[in-house]
Design a protein around this ligand. Structure first.
Ligand SMILES: [Zn+2]
Length: 129
């Protein structure tokens, strides 16, 4: 697990060291500046999940755009879930995840709206041939 100090120095620690740090039983000092201002940066499960889902959603959106496919219907709920996860994430991962997910959300909603509008038009132009 990777930790980062407020001075910018990052250090590799074990899971048990993190547990000790979280329970305040054992302060961890940064080898660079000597303070215990260490921030845990890899305990961001929602942020990581949001990023992964965001990439998947964007892939589904692109695939859907290229082949006019059904994957757009997958991109829509995926990006909604991804955006929710990313929203609970931290720092850069939150921003990156939200950007990815909202981008695919907007594109898939826009495209689905066009498909839906076209479908409506076709069904109103040719009502029961
Ligand atoms: Zn430091």
């Amino acid at each position: 697990m990777k930790l980062q100090c407020r001075c910018g120095h990052s250090l590799e620690v074990t899971e048990s060291q993190v547990e000790a740090l979280l329970s305040q039983s054992q302060p961890l000092n940064c080898p660079q500046c000597g303070t215990s201002n260490t921030i845990i940066i890899q305990r961001d499960a929602p942020g990581v999940a949001g990023l992964i889902i965001g990439v998947l959603a964007l892939l589904c959106t692109m695939l859907g755009l290229i082949i006019c496919g059904i994957s757009l219907f997958a991109a829509f709920p995926l990006s909604l879930i991804g955006a929710t996860c990313s929203f609970c994430g931290r720092d850069n991962r939150r921003v990156a995840g939200l950007t990815l997910n909202l981008l695919s959300l907007f594109v898939s909603v826009f495209y689905l709206a066009i498909l839906f509008a076209l479908g409506m038009e076709i069904s109103t132009v040719h009502p029961g041939d």
